[in-house]
Design a protein around this ligand. Sequence first.
Ligand SMILES: NC(=O)c1ccc[n+]([C@@H]2O[C@H](COP(=O)([O-])OP(=O)(O)OC[C@H]3O[C@@H](n4cnc5c(N)ncnc54)[C@H](O)[C@@H]3O)[C@@H](O)[C@H]2O)c1
Ligand SMILES: Nc1nc(=O)c2c([nH]1)NC[C@@H]1CN(c3ccc(C(=O)N[C@@H](CCC(=O)O)C(=O)O)cc3)CN21
Ligand SMILES: [Mg+2]
Length: 357
Amino acid sequence: MLIKRSIFIFTTQFNRKFPRKLLGNEKVQFGDDATAGLRLLLCHRCFHSTPRRKVAKLIDGKAIAKQIKDEVKTEVDKIISLGQRPPQLTVLLVGNNDASVVYVRNKIKAAQYTGIISDTIRLPDTVKEHELIEEINSLNNDPSCDGLLVQLPVPPHITERRICDAVAPEKDVDGFNILNIGRFCVDEESFVPATPAGIMEMLRRQGVETFGKNAVVIGRSKNVGMPIAMYLHADGEHGNNAGDATVTICHRYTPPEQLKVFTKTADIIVSATGIPNLVTADMVKEGVTIIDVGITRITDPQTGKSRLVGDVDFEGVREKAAHITPVPGGVGPLTVAMLMKNTLTAYQKYNKYTKNT
Ligand SMILES: NC(=O)c1ccc[n+]([C@@H]2O[C@H](COP(=O)([O-])OP(=O)(O)OC[C@H]3O[C@@H](n4cnc5c(N)ncnc54)[C@H](O)[C@@H]3O)[C@@H](O)[C@H]2O)c1
Ligand SMILES: Nc1nc(=O)c2c([nH]1)NC[C@@H]1CN(c3ccc(C(=O)N[C@@H](CCC(=O)O)C(=O)O)cc3)CN21
Ligand SMILES: [Mg+2]
């Protein structure tokens, strides 16, 4: 008790001495990383006790996603109680890609939960590009549709960029239209893609500081890696909740030994490659935060059953990490929740026909 109390008094004074900005914009408390060295020193030098082995705190993506969906639901309930029509999300699904069918089902379930009306339009994978664009145009002109997305990937005979750009920017809840991408890149108000938005929300709600930290993003795809890196490094003073981190982007041509040099110095690692076991314990430092975006379906060599894995050797890395996201149940649910939030925003900002029709 006495020992605990003296450490408490010591760290309280330490906290007062170092204000927010100096310590990377975070409130330092006993138990935080900024005092970890100090604690170790105190433990070893004064009391000869062994520090407990650390196991990462799991970031519960499902629980955080539920909080966000509950917030959206509260807003939708208000809209309905005012006698106005609820927001509507329309999903265009081309073909029968197994993963896409699962992801779209998750989006429909989330819409139902929040009170958002969802409409899924399925088209055969033989659909011509111009036919798909005609369908998009008709939904662009449909006042009952607030949010519109085309589930990716589309079949190879269809050009993804032309499809994303056909969606009206004010209905583009994926943030994949080139106008929204451009606006996002220059810190203007825009729809932000749901996966990076979900990751930022996750870090914020978990209390993981990004300000002034080293972040490594593995993967540079335009829909995932790039917007995550954009969000993490951008200036938070520009009103978009950006991260103010120092960001390194690694990709398939980053030599493995070089990748390790970068990940070793990272406070936050976001991996979005779809390569199982790309990130292993020897590549990370103690206290790192790991956001595993990757989703790969594998056959478990032990059980022979099919299951989902991320990019990270979860069991190995969790011993060193401060925070880690599981797969499934990590970034995926956040992506779905942020899509609901974007749909509500589309309705609130652009819907001109609030009365039931
Ligand atoms: N949880 C979610 O919400 C969510 C959302 C989107 C994508 N995903 C998953 O994230 C992963 C990435 O998706 P994507 O669309 O960006 O895929 P992609 O195939 O377009 O991109 C993969 C990226 O990984 C990089 N890469 C490949 N091998 C590498 C290596 N050895 N070292 C470093 N980088 C390497 C490539 O350069 C590329 O930029 C997939 O598993 C996908 O299923 C999850
Ligand atoms: N137009 C479009 N927008 C997107 O955001 C999008 C696509 N297309 N295509 C695929 C990727 C991958 N996305 C997602 C969306 C949801 C989950 C998801 O719900 N994951 C759950 C369960 C996964 C499962 O059971 O298979 C998870 O817990 O990770 C994953 C990836 C969203 N992405
Ligand atoms: Mg996940």
